[in-house]
Design a protein around this ligand. Sequence first.
Ligand code: PRX
Length: 629
Amino acid sequence: MSENFEVKLDGKTYLPDPSVKENSWIGDYEQTYEKFLKYPSAYWEMIADELEWFQRWDTVLQWEHPYAKWFTNAKLNITHNCLDRHVFDGRRNKVAMIWLGDNGEEMIFTYRQLYREVMRFANGLKSLGVEKGDTVCIYMPLVPEQIIAMLACARIGAVHTVVFGGFGSNALRSRIRDAQAKIVITADAGMRRGKRVELKAIVDEAVVNSSSVEKIVVLRRMSPPMELYSEIEVDFHEIMESAESECEAEVMDSEDPLFILYTSGTTGPAKGIVHTCGGYMVGTYYTTKCMFDLKDNDVMWCTADPGWITGHSYIVYGPLSMGGTILISESTPDYPDPGAWWRIIEEFDVTIFYTAPTAIRMFMKFGEEWPNRYNLSSLRILGSVGEPLNPEAFEWYYSVIGKEKCPIVDTWWQTETGMHMLTTAVGEPMKPGFAGRPVPGVVADVVDEDGEPVPPGTGGFLVIKEPWPSMMRTVHQNDERYRQYWNTIGNYYTAGDLAVKDEDGYIMILGRSDDVLIVAGHNIGSAEVESALVSHESVAEAAVIGKPDPLKGDSIKAFIILRVGFKASDKLKLDLVYHVRMNLGPIAIPSEIEFVDSLPKTRSGKIMRRVIKARELGLDLGDVSTLEE
Ligand code: PRX
């Protein structure tokens, strides 16, 4: 962004029924925010005190810019709070997790059952030599075992790195290598629209020359069971069967790492975002409680995969630390028909539903008749995440799904932030198009390049001004990259998003300020797609941009310069798409490819994606004085 720009802000406001606020955990937003501002440490301490710690902290926050330590010297285990606490506190037989398979299969775990499964698998991991501090890569479909594996790692202090099952072999390999994973946990296959999606075959490719990997644990769900290579592969169920069912929770320091989760950046391979035990637990517990207003009789369905931060925070750690009931489903929204998800809501009395704008826009396209066939009256809170929820989609979600009685929490946050940062607290007036105001505990603002707040109605950079408990602590193997987040604009945390504030302090997200693409709510680095393309024998150079797409947010367009000896053709386009699919996975495939003779570059040889994009979209090219070609 070169100059500040004006954004026209007008539109409707929706006010939920006053009973929503009266009965909510958060109460009055403004009063709560004031309370936090007055005594920030006491505010977080009050929340942390609702959880169980093996040893209490010395100080709530130790802050040496840009490094934060939260709840110093406190000892805990997040699984103690997600499992033991409930098993020994009256929720033993409460349903913790309902799983629905792609083929209509169903599995239900009470807290007691989940607790046992986690402890068994934790012992199984120990028997494979996994120790506190080791890294374990989890590459699985959306099955209960995926969550059991995450919790089992946390139980014994192993650092999990979950890789979404839709990633291809190169994406998986680079994550396994960067994290130096000792164990990879996978499954033979996932199921999607009634068909197998092979996972183990991708792991086989990814672990070639990944010397850190000692064992591969395979969940065999399909019949006939696939053969395992006994040198390195072990069966998930066999480990479970031979393991003891008691496993004490490892005593973790508040600042010990809990997990690494990779997210795309503008340059190079994905960044390993490191989250730690204490602060992350407090942040996800707090926001699940206060932003989703989770109560004991709720059934919460977050439609993300646990392989993304949304799943980590709001399928696994947040809701379970609250003792909530989660529903997870391997199903696709429009399979076998576009009523699939609404049927699930009716069948299981889902009360809190959390999904992405892309899904909402897709349902809008199918029409109201699908949701109208089902009784959705159990719904109480609707959530949105991953990309801006445009006013049209808000209106549809609010009236057709929520029947004008459910608050919509459009939650803005990131892999790096660990928890919700901006939203409209339940019970507060909602403004379509705006995510909302900072979560109490978060100090956010919209500023110019120098860090000066911009006036309402003027676009600027979204920053977070103060540390918060669930902030990332570093980028794995790249602390320099971590520091950049905190020293790009003043001393603030720069999110990389453009935003605008209105007179009431409501913030609207306008999109990324960098070359990260948001495709169907998922971060894709243009550089990652480019490097996958360049690894094809025919490609000399590639540039990738995002084009606005009415359904997916961004769609990917690639510009390609071919090597000498290769000729542009439709067949080659298909080959390139296939190549990206195999390397990075289906989420990263370009929807358009154009062969070109040259690309605009700076004198230092950097491809100017901004210029390509402006030309593609017919916009003003802006300052091109540094342009070489
Ligand atoms: O651009 C913002 C967008 O998603 C980015 C973070 O992506 P990721 O780390 O994958 O996490 C996604 C799920 C938390 C942000 O920088 N984003 C996320 N939520 C919203 C959003 N954009 C607009 N509105 C949101 N509610």
